[in-house]
Design a protein around this ligand. Sequence first.
Ligand SMILES: [Zn+2]
Length: 243
Amino acid sequence: MGLLVGLAIGGTDGETGAAQLPSADRSAALTGAGPPVAATPTVLSSVGGSDARWVALTFDDGPDSRYTPEVLALLARHEAVATFCMVGDQIPGNEALIREVAAAGMALCNHTSTHDLELPGRPLEQITSEIVGAQRDLAAVAGASVNYYRAPGGNWSPTVLEVAATHGMQPIGWSVDTRDWTAPGVEAILAAVDRQLQPGGVILLHDGGGNRDQTLAALEVLLPRLVEQGYRFGFPAEVPPSA
Ligand SMILES: [Zn+2]
């Protein structure tokens, strides 16, 4: 049975299509889901602890018309899934791409409307509109629920966590910081994964926000390497997928 994390609580969050549920076990998601696990106001940074050999790939700051399709193609080639943390401001012009990400069985994650790094210091009204507004907009375009939230810059606060969880989004962090957004070189990105990844880890990568050629090049090496190391690709979760 696939684990469903932070299943959106309906209403304005768009259709809850079974194929789009954030389950690492896609066949289970297609054939019927277990009880949804409520989102908690804590930062989740694993694929269900450290016992099982699962890994969660996450891509932030997209969608990006140049890089997101290339990431999708690479994931498909290696039968991998990933979580895409999207920025609301980048929806216009990328609607079809967002639907493609959801239809490919990827999990959608909300990365706010404007990628405001100072969000924790803003008034509650602004925090809510950045988080809930982006969730509504992404879900409407994707035709799928948005069950995760990641704070821009990893800048959390109790209020941010609470707003996200209250609206059915599990806050997610990472355990492997590749710093790919600084364009440190392909080898440095790969070395960061080698150094930091443990079973159950969540890897932070970027498919938007700048030139991502190094991320793509690293991914070409990383995906087959992870498969060779026995990793399976899942989504952030409280307990390991049982597949
Ligand atoms: Zn970001």
